[in-house]
Write a protein that binds this ligand. Structure first.
Ligand code: UDP
Ligand code: MG
Length: 340
């Protein structure tokens, strides 16, 4: 924040609200998105800016955002150098937002912008984090709903921080919460977990999740599984422990089985060469070992990526309106547009 911005903030006395939106191939929804956000935020007694992060879209979303930012004051378009994934795009957006409160929202309008006034009033009542909890997940398959449910339950059981169920990335954060978040240096940014880790006074608001306005979800089951796995291994070493317990159980079973074989041989003498049981044991053991090594590898891999200290994302360019430079827009109570 430069001194001009600080000056703007203190003179107008209105809080600045940033809305951060990760965008990946969302060309079809962008016009509706902008319009809906504008009609929700316009009448509110706040100044606001939209921080749209283009996460390496290939459908022209990026160019659309650049044009929008040039045309409309209070819109900034941050284009990343390639597709880094939603978590990285979110991080980029949050880092480029300057608001006193920052709201993270999906581009596809599954998170209704109409809830923003409610979020803001919870913030003004003292919450540093306003987490939005999904009551229903309209337009999602039963399998997706069920797997999401299972995942949240599992994660909260095996990790130390309580990651709230059914809250996505749709949330409001105070400046304080954002600063806390930016102090977490890790590169594996499992956002929901990071949000939970920072703590601070949190208000939970329930809402009904709408189906996508247009386009289609970028998440297939494989990438959802990857995200779930990422969440678990970033916030818990329980899988390592599980591998150890499993290994111990199998080893114990092996000892018992061995003793029984020896006993049997002593009593009955050697009858049949134990080919099937040997193969069975070998496959079980081999499988368990590979599984455990794989798990271990997952954590070692994490250390490897953290050790490289690479940035979470790279910015290609940032566009703000030429006329108004970096100044955010606001409307007064009558709805007239002003530039701070
Ligand atoms: N997104 C992104 N980068 C990606 C994938 C998705 O920035 O690699 C954005 C996407 O544009 C949308 C949000 O993340 O704004 C949520 O994506 P999506 O709707 O596909 O996920 P879902 O709603 O199914 O969780
Ligand atoms: Mg979506």
């Amino acid at each position: 924040m430069n001194s001009q911005e600080r000056f703007d903030r203190t003179t107008t006395g209105r809080p600045l609200v940033s809305v951060v939106i990760p965008v990946f191939n969302e060309r079809a929804v962008l016009p509706v998105l902008h319009q809906r956000l504008d009609s929700v935020l316009g009448p509110l007694p706040v100044r606001y800016e939209l921080v749209l992060v283009d996460d390496g879209s290939t459908d022209g979303s990026g160019q659309y955002l650049v044009d929008l930012a040039q045309r409309v004051p209070g819109v900034r378009a941050v284009r990343l150098s390639r597709n880094f994934g939603k978590e990285a795009a979110l991080t980029a957006g949050i880092e480029h937002a300057r608001g006193d409160a920052i709201i993270v929202i999906d581009a596809d309008l599954q998170d209704p912008p109409e809830l923003i006034p409610q979020m803001l009033s919870a913030w003004q009542d003292g919450a540093d984090v306003v987490a939005m909890k999904r009551r229903s997940r309209a337009g999602e398959t039963a399998l997706k709903r069920w797997s999401a449910h299972l995942f949240y339950r599992l994660l909260s059981r095996i990790s130390a921080v309580d990651i709230p169920h059914d809250t996505g990335d749709f949330r409001l954060m105070s400046r304080k919460a954002v600063e806390a978040l930016s102090r977490l240096p890790e590169r594996n940014r499992y956002m929901k977990g990071l949000f939970a880790w920072i703590g601070l006074p949190t208000t939970v608001i329930e809402y009904d999740r709408a189906p996508r306005a247009a386009g289609h979800s970028q998440w297939d089951y494989l990438s959802l599984f990857r995200l779930a796995f990422e969440g678990i291994t970033s916030f818990s070493v329980a899988p390592l422990r599980l591998a150890m317990v499993l290994g111990a159980l199998i080893a114990f079973g092996g000892v018992l089985f061995g003793a029984w074989i020896i006993l049997k041989t002593l009593v009955l003498g050697e009858i049949v060469p134990g080919y099937p049981s040997m193969i069975a044991i070998m496959t079980v053991l081999g499988g368990t070992q590979l599984l455990s090594i794989g798990l271990l590898g997952e954590y070692v891999g994490k250390i490897y990526f953290e050790a490289k200290q690479r940035p979470v994302y790279l910015v290609r360019d940032i566009t703000v309106s030429v006329r108004e430079g970096q100044r955010p827009v606001f409307r007064d109570v009558k709805g007239t547009r002003h530039v701070a």
